[in-house]
Design a protein around this ligand. Structure first.
Ligand SMILES: *Cc1c(COP(=O)(O)O)cnc(C)c1O
Length: 431
């Protein structure tokens, strides 16, 4: 699409428009499509060049032999590289994240894979926070080592000294190319202090003359309650399958960052064929219009449910929701980095797996399923599902015990969700 014009309007006079407003218009010009208010789904695999010269120019830009014009990623060529529906959601997602640019992929794991293939080479070390999403754990701990990419981790993202020691130790194995974190982490809501991590990386850069790239999986919060790139990390990564898609009816992912940082990621997406299809991209453009109100409503219901769990009369419960995590350092980092809580959080009961299963079986509104961030509320037992591939030793270390149950609060009325929990707790623990 062309570079400027009214459809990339972001100001009225001096007044900067908010992302919520721009979700309905930014990056799409109705005049290109018969005046259609909403973007059509561009079901085409290829795009005509007006002249062979234009085709040549587009290939120079796509292959990185020439820079793209300011504010553009180059002309349309072929839908594996780019198409209008994906460009629209990349532009709009960048507005929410506050990043210069985004690259959308066919899944969250596709987005992570594109980042890693773009930036890791045999012999490199990747340092991760822990725990990570189960699929990411498998990719880093089981898949990447087959390509001689080494792994290291730090357990506590609030412990600056510990992170520095972990990175120094990792450097003994090879070049530390990347630090991959999840903050808040699923299913424990633990945090990594971005400022502390950046100070650690400053020291590592001084010591080794090389600064590892930082990537944060922002799926649980973003891009509404936490923006990562404006807080000084190199890339934010999203599973759009979760809150952004928001209706449990699609699978997609994204990476946000500077144009320069994302250039190799975009190239990798094209080379290995990870672009998202036009129809799913269109569904995400629709989801983005309601993202902010959905996440706000879900978060406020989540706070009510967390409070009910904390005060429940049936059994003592530890609530892994930011409103109920008392640690001072945690609270300071939470207040600095986030503007609200995710509606996905866990609670921990001192019970056996079979009691945890009985409780889940006694729920009727909450559906028992993996995933999160949809319009319907879900309940999940991570120890036996999403984190079952993680060793018992690691699970114990991160507190993913048999009595840990994760909720993803959706858009039902909070009173009904609380009634469902009250009934299930009564049946399970007073029955
Ligand atoms: C779901 C999820 C992913 C993987 O995304 P997919 O879209 O399923 O590939 C990565 N990170 C987190 C935190 C997730 O919840």
């Amino acid at each position: 699409m062309a570079n400027d014009g009214n459809y990339k309007k972001s100001k009225i006079g001096d007044h900067q428009l908010k992302p919520e407003t721009m979700m309905m218009s930014y990056g799409y010009d109705p005049q290109f499509s018969e005046g259609s208010v909403k973007p059509p789904v561009f079901l085409t695999s290829t795009f005509t060049f007006q002249t062979p010269e234009e085709g040549e120019e587009s290939f120079h830009i796509m292959a990185g032999r020439k820079p793209a014009p300011e504010g553009s990623v180059g002309g349309l060529i072929y839908s594996r590289f780019n198409h209008p529906n994906v460009e629209i959601i990349e532009d709009r997602l960048s507005l929410f994240e506050g990043s210069e640019c985004s690259v959308v992929c066919s899944s969250g794991m596709g987005a992570i894979s594109a980042i890693m293939l773009a930036y890791l080479r045999p012999g490199d070390v990747i340092v991760q926070s822990a725990p990570l999403y189960g699929g990411t754990e498998t990719l880093i701990r089981k898949f990447l080592p087959q390509f001689n990419i080494k792994t290291a981790e730090f357990d506590d993202g609030l412990d600056e000294e510990g992170m520095l020691t972990a990175l120094r130790d990792a450097g003994k194995k090879g070049r530390v190319a990347m630090v991959f974190i999840e903050s808040p982490a699923n299913p424990t809501n633990s945090l990594v202090d971005f400022e502390a991590l950046n100070r650690v990386l400053d020291s590592i850069e001084t010591e080794t003359d090389h600064r590892p790239i930082t990537v944060c999986d922002n799926t649980l919060m973003g891009p509404i309650f936490q923006q990562v790139v404006p807080q000084g990390l190199d890339m934010a990564m999203y599973s759009l399958t979760k809150y952004v898609g928001g209706h449990s009816d699609l699978v997609a992912g994204a990476v946000c960052g500077s144009r320069e940082m994302l250039r190799p990621v975009r190239a990798t997406r094209g080379i290995i064929g990870l672009n998202l299809d036009p129809h799913t991209s269109w569904m995400i453009s629709r989801s983005l219009e309601t993202l902010s109100i959905r996440m706000e409503r879900a978060a406020s219901s989540g706070q009510k449910v967390a409070k009910w769990l904390a005060d429940n009369a049936y059994i003592s419960a530890k609530i892994l929701h930011p409103d109920f995590i008392q640690d001072k350092t945690y609270q300071a980092v939470y207040m600095r980095q986030c503007s609200g809580p995710s509606s996905t959080f866990s609670f921990v009961l001192d019970v056996s797996k079979s009691d945890a299963f009985r409780l889940i079986n006694n729920l009727s509104i909450f559906k028992s399923a993996v995933s999160l961030g949809g319009s319907e509320s879900l309940v999940c037992h991570p120890g036996s599902t999403t984190h079952s591939g993680v060793s018992t030793e690691l699970r114990d270390k991160f507190g993913v015990t048999d009595g840990l149950i994760r909720l993803s609060i959706g858009l039902e009325h909070p009173d009904d969700l609380i009634a469902d929990l009250d009934n299930a707790f009564k049946m399970t623990f007073q029955g």
